[in-house]
Design a binder for this molecule. Structure first.
Ligand SMILES: Cc1cc2nc3c(=O)[nH]c(=O)nc-3n(C[C@H](O)[C@H](O)[C@H](O)COP(=O)(O)OP(=O)(O)OC[C@H]3O[C@@H](n4cnc5c(N)ncnc54)[C@H](O)[C@@H]3O)c2cc1C
Ligand code: SF4
Ligand code: SF4
Length: 408
């Protein structure tokens, strides 16, 4: 590939303007734009309107009697992998390769995404990418928030009118709300799922509990087989079952309220969602509309596609999560599990737990349950406007239904 032969120019990381003060904010970057006043109508955490946005972006609202109930509107869903996985990618690199193809084919002027901060590889840094070879530098996952949408002004100033944006759901929701004001000729939105994000500082605290030498950790992922995978600078690997993670003494607000109550796990307003949850060890692709199909087609035979698997029953796992979340009273769900139970459950989960699409459904339902419980405890007055109908529908089988004044 050409990126091996040429030295790409340095990444362009424009200095964002200061953020406007906001409560319940993941600093998606909108408050750093001239149109910062749009936060009120554009923020996922204020008054999200998914039915309108699904109509506008995907041409229709999600069906309530199919898997769209969990994953939002889509045309096709696949288990997927790049046949030749890309070095440094979080999984096989489908996300960055899709964007790279757009640059290679001249279909966009620039890609807006996150690079590792040069001073802290785990901190996301918003960058404007114009050379396909530069995409190698943005592969992989960082933990934390960075103002992706702040890049819209410098991108416009540079004359970029055809953009691809790689974003997590709270960034993509705000982007879609302001899309019509941007005057773009073309916009491709490549989304990843997202859950349990936290500040980069909190994440360093977590890494410090996993290893005596946390600076040597180069990769971390919460896999669909209930293990955290760690890779180290010396090439070694470690796999830790979720239930053996040293979570019990993390502070209860380790995950900010935004991420404990986020209502869009699977990035339903993206053109294509690239994750791993339904992929059983491979990646998981959700093609949501014609533009998403075009993005997948551009990969040609570089990608291997198959039908996602679907095994096990999620109800027990979701009920257990609900009870743990209740017992933890605002803290982390695993806090109160007795130590001797953990190794047994950790051994059992990959063997009997839900897998493939059933695992993805379970995680989406857990997220819905968590949203209701945490908002009831911490911001009950915001429930009416923050929880959309689709989240109530996901929580209903677990006897969580709107109480007086909680429904719009
Ligand atoms: C905080 C977080 C939580 C996630 N949780 C889940 C989950 O529960 N289930 C699931 O299926 N997938 C989740 N993902 C997505 C997953 O980690 C992979 O990014 C995705 O599967 C794509 O893999 P890939 O090899 O195609 O990505 P790559 O080709 O390696 O590209 C990854 C892309 O993500 C961007 N990125 C990295 N960190 C951030 C960040 N902090 N904010 C915004 N963009 C970023 C990079 O700039 C790059 O463009 C999460 C991602 C993040 C950032
Ligand atoms: S729209 Fe973005 S910047 Fe504005 S409050 Fe919401 S997350 Fe924060
Ligand atoms: S979990 Fe939700 S709110 Fe938190 S960073 Fe991810 S998309 Fe944003």
């Amino acid at each position: 590939m050409s990126m091996k032969d040429t030295v790409p120019p340095p990444l362009f990381a424009p200095e964002p303007r200061a953020a406007a003060p906001r409560s319940l904010c993941t600093d998606c970057g909108l408050s750093r734009l001239e149109i910062a006043g749009e936060c009120g109508q554009a923020c996922q955490f204020i008054r999200p309107d998914y039915p309108t946005m699904e109509d506008r972006v995907q041409g229709r609202q999600r069906q309530t009697d199919t898997d769209e109930r969990f994953f939002g509107p889509y045309k096709k869903m696949y288990r997927a992998a790049l046949k030749e996985p890309l070095e440094g990618a979080q999984w096989t690199g489908l996300t960055t390769r899709i964007a790279q193809r757009l640059l290679e084919e001249g279909a966009v002027d620039a890609v807006l995404t996150m690079a590792p901060d040069p001073d802290d590889k785990w901190k996301p840094l918003p960058v404007i990418v114009t050379d396909p070879a530069q995409m190698a530098q943005v592969r992989g996952m960082r933990m934390g928030y960075a103002p992706l949408l702040s890049l819209l002004e410098p991108a416009a100033a540079a004359g970029h009118k055809r953009l691809a944006i790689i974003g997590i759901p709270c960034q993509v929701y705000a982007l879609r709300r302001i899309e019509a004001q941007l005057g773009l000729e073309k916009l491709y939105v490549i989304g990843t799922p997202c859950s349990d994000n936290t500040t980069t500082a909190n994440f360093h605290d977590f890494l410090g509990r996993l290893s005596d030498d946390p600076d040597t950790i180069t990769y971390l992922e919460f896999r669909a087989d209930y293990h955290v995978e760690l890779r180290f600078e010396d090439g070694s690997h470690r796999e830790i079952p979720f239930l053996k993670l040293p979570l019990s003494d993390l502070s209860p607000d380790f995950f900010p309220l935004t991420c404990r109550t986020c209502v869009d796990y699977t990035n339903v307003l993206a053109d294509i969602t690239v994750g791993y949850m339904g992929g059983e060890g491979e990646q998981w692709l959700i093609v949501r509309n014609e533009r998403g199909q075009e993005l997948l087609d551009r990969l040609g035979d570089e990608v291997r596609l198959s039908a996602p698997g679907d095994k096990g029953k999620r109800a027990g796992a979701v009920k257990g999560f609900l009870e743990n979340t209740r017992r933890a009273a605002g803290g982390l769900p695993l806090r109160k599990m007795p130590d001797w139970v953990r190794p047994i459950v950790a051994w059992m989960m990959p063997r009997i737990g839900p897998r493939g699409l059933e695992f993805a459904r379970a995680r989406v339902e857990m997220k819905a349950v968590e949203t209701v419980l945490h908002l009831r405890r911490e911001e009950p007055k915001k429930i009416k406007w923050m929880i959309p109908a689709h989240v109530w529908a996901l929580a209903k089988p677990y006897d969580l239904t709107p109480e007086d004044g909680e429904e719009r």
